[in-house]
Design a binder for this molecule. Sequence first.
Ligand code: UTP
Length: 276
Amino acid sequence: MKAVIPAAGLGTRFLPIAKAVPKEMLPLGDKPVIHYVVAEAAAAGFDEILIILSKGKECIMQYFTPNPDLESHLEAAGKQAALEEVRRVSAMARIEYAYQEKMRGLGDAVKIGREFIGDDPVFAVLLGDTVMQHSSPLDRMASAWKTLSKPSVCLEPCPEERVSRYGVAGGREIGEGLFDLTELVEKPAVSKAPRLESRNGSPLPYHAFAARYLFTPEIFDCLENTPAGFAGEIQLTDAMEQLRQKTGMLGVTWPGKRLDIGSPAGLIEAAQALGI
Ligand code: UTP
């Protein structure tokens, strides 16, 4: 199965280092953040991957591309463990790359995947700057697709004071950790933020999108129909709301935790959470 990993953003919260080192290449232990994202996708069976890059972020490509000179050097030096480690990085998945010319937002980045996805009935999107602790929601999302044939978004509880920073979902619980979504809103004011409801109709805490999505290719037409909004950005959430209206959309919770390394504090928190 295929996955798209957007990693083209400017990473302004990580300036000045993001001038030279993409935030997706910052280290968690001895591996860059995006290594964990690719490993997660591949482990869930999404091992044909398109990484969306922008100019100056080519070291992401360099990281995953085999380096024969380095490999023969390690071989000659008898550094077998390092050699195997280096080879494992390139063997995790089949990776292609595409460029986002202008940073027109996440929706625009996903749109670039259209040709790569082709006629595949379903594909995953994983944000390149977010690592999942404990487990990935992708297995649950894929099995929800198998039984209900609906696209899905991963959800996690969101404190009220952060609701206006994320995409937020409203919907009804239809199974353990599974919701039929009725509304998707990007960065709502608290007064307008939708809520999930449990099976007995009681309101649950606010839930925000958690960086993992399972889409049908209809999302591409929805993205084409989504006008650029604030700062010329194409909001993925707006296209998701259109897709929901056409085909329905599920929300999936999972026992893990999202570690967003988009800011210096987030990266430190992630390293602590992973114990590295
Ligand atoms: P963010 O919104 O966190 O990324 O996108 P950003 O714009 O790079 O960050 P700041 O706000 O300037 O600090 C989440 C993921 O989507 C990618 C980013 O690279 C990141 O992995 N992205 C975002 C794109 O690929 N293209 C975009 O236009 C925007």
